[in-house]
Design a protein around this ligand. Sequence first.
Ligand code: CA
Length: 246
Amino acid sequence: MQAGGRTAGSSASPQRARHVLIIEDEPALLRALRINLEARGYRVSTAASGLAALAQAKQRPPDAILLDLGLPDMDGTEVIGTLRGWSKAPVIVLSGRASSGDKIGALDAGADDYVTKPFSMAELMARLRAALRRDEPATGGAFRIGHAKIDLAAHTAVREPDQDGGKAVPVRLTPTEWRLLELLLRSPGQLIGSARLLASLWGPGHDDSTHYLRFHMAGLRRKLEDDPHRPRHLLTEPGMGYRYQP
Ligand code: CA
């Protein structure tokens, strides 16, 4: 154990320590999470119930929240719904439930991502870093998908040559593909639920139109991925949504 990890100045980041609120009623897991986060330079506060968590988050607004769905006093999904009234901090759900309905419910309520228990600490830390990065200002709007270079500000996409001396080829995307791509690229590493994408693209009332999403995602992969059949950047989370993996 790394006693005093957060005061030892061992963090690679010169920025102020990010503050993570852990909401979890299982003492052993809460402790493991706290130790791991503090060892990585995060400031940590904790709550073991939904009401305590909401009070904590109001008093000391966190930069990110790890939330157990099964809390003694209220459902984690309700906690998200209440939080979302006044907090934009990314929420990563720690779900002990296997059913995808619960995860979709949590994502629809405003969660940003989820991990299923038992999860690997390394995976959770990667998800947390991605969630915190999402809050940082965008980097000029230039993105890369294999050999494809996308500039959101200039609204251009080109495919760079495989070998030296080749020519970059412009890639033509439909307006819907552009909007979908922009939604994904603006949240690197983040799972974006199908319901959220559908609502952003076509407004409310299109929850059943996931086949359109699949169609347009297939178009984006065909045009942008180096190997559309084995995409490495425009990823599907079956039954959940999509993710842009930088
Ligand atoms: Ca629990």
